[in-house]
Write a protein that binds this ligand. Structure first.
Ligand SMILES: [Zn+2]
Ligand SMILES: [Zn+2]
Ligand SMILES: [Zn+2]
Length: 392
């Protein structure tokens, strides 16, 4: 299980609106890694799995080589990536669950999954049986939640399975209750955001199916309508998208290559073109493979001028919090829930996106300094809004 404390940071109570925050305990230089952390629980997005995006069932590491992934996502079957030695995928290490054929990037991940939740969730030979409650649950989720997904019903299933399997149930239950709670109003807001207009019916449908698949007396509070809604809101409020692409690993390794200037220029141009093609063909599926709950990172508040960012340097679910600038000791560490383009929009436009997606009124220094700006959203921004919510 992931560590909840780290010597580099400190959790402090801030105020009623923001609750807790994460603060630096010492000075950091730009690009320093402040901490690394594995999630308490994570899951691949249901749609990604449905489209056979192969990722390790435990750590979400992509099981496609960078070249295979590039070919699929650019829809160019003759794409050849130079420097194949920079691809981090080791097919020889793969391990498979003997009961259900779930694939893992290595034996270690298979063992971890089995120890934490997979004994409960393994469907054995019923994997492709559409009547299996866990398959029905995923089908319901797909029908009510179109891509791009920002959360996953499988995260709920894994949380339940972890409790069912745990030798020490109070500890795991306590770990889940440490995540920030949403207020009752926010809970409805999150359900609405994740499930759309008919959210009450949808939520009820998901609850009944989850109950059929995984009911457990000892956590009956999670299966009541109120309890299930709270669980859902906990995920909506705290979950972090996990980017685990083979292509990013390949790009990172290419950056480290010791090559001459001409070769460097060639590979940089190749990579720029590749990203352009990826974005054009598969934008909705690019950024995240799944989602997870991180105990420390979830304590980071949002700012429209963030001083830290979340990265996935190992190509799996292990997250790094990295400094975007020099940070003195005692400063609050803030990430941005908005992508880079959206951070540049007007205060009015940023606040609307944050309100709609994260249900809070931003009071970061940038928003406060622009508080007197007129409440206008430029036409260009309105147009962008139609296609893209700008949320990372
Ligand atoms: Zn793995
Ligand atoms: Zn299995
Ligand atoms: Zn702000």
């Amino acid at each position: 299980m992931a560590a909840t404390t780290n010597e580099n940071v400190e959790v402090r109570e801030i105020d009623y609106q923001k609750g807790r925050g994460l603060f630096s305990n010492k000075a950091f230089k730009k690009e320093d890694i402040i901490f690394e952390e594995e999630p308490l629980v994570c899951a691949q997005f249901v749609w990604n799995k449905f489209y056979h995006y192969t990722a390790c069932e435990y750590c979400l590491r992509s099981l496609e080589t960078a070249e295979e992934m590039g070919r699929r996502l650019t829809e160019n079957s003759s794409l050849i990536l130079p420097y194949p030695e920079c691809c981090g995928v080791n097919v020889a290490d793969f391990a498979v669950c003997k009961q259900c054929q779930a694939v893992y990037c290595n034996e270690e991940c298979l063992k971890q999954a089995w120890t934490e939740y997979h004994q409960v969730l393994c469907m054995g030979s019923s994997c492709s049986d559409s009547e299996h409650p866990l398959n029905k649950l995923q089908e319901i989720w797909r029908n009510i939640h179109m891509p791009p997904e920002s959360s996953s019903i499988m995260l709920v299933s894994r949380m339940v399975a972890m409790v069912k399997q745990a030798k020490d149930r109070p500890t795991i239950l306590n770990a889940f209750t440490q995540f920030s709670k949403a207020t009752e109003n926010e809970e409805t807001g999150f359900a609405h955001k994740l499930l759309g207009k008919q959210f009450e019916e949808q939520l009820e449908l998901l609850r009944q199916m989850t109950k059929e698949a995984l009911y457990e007396d000892e956590i009956q509070q999670w299966f009541t309508p109120e309890g299930f809604k709270s669980l859902f809101a906990l995920i909506g409020r705290n979950s972090q998208g996990i980017g685990s692409s083979s292509i990013s690993v390949w790009v990172q390794n290419c950056d480290k290559l010791d090559i001459d200037e001409t070769e460097r220029q060639n590979i940089d141009e190749f990579i720029d073109q590749l990203y352009e093609d990826l974005d054009r063909v598969s934008a909705d599926f690019l950024n995240c493979e799944g989602t997870g709950l991180y105990q420390l990172q979830s304590l980071c508040n949002h700012s429209c001028t963030p001083n830290v960012e979340v990265t996935f340097p190992h190509g799996n679910h292990r997250l790094a919090l990295t400094a975007l600038q020099d940070i003195p000791p005692g400063e609050e560490l803030c990430i941005s829930y908005l992508d880079e383009c959206t951070q540049e929009r007007s205060r009015h436009s940023r606040q609307r996106i944050l309100r709609e997606n994260y249900l809070f009124q931003c009071i970061c220094p940038k928003c406060l300094s622009q508080a007197d700006d007129p409440d206008l959203t430029s036409e260009e921004e309105e147009e962008m809004d139609e296609g893209d919510e700008g949320v990372s």
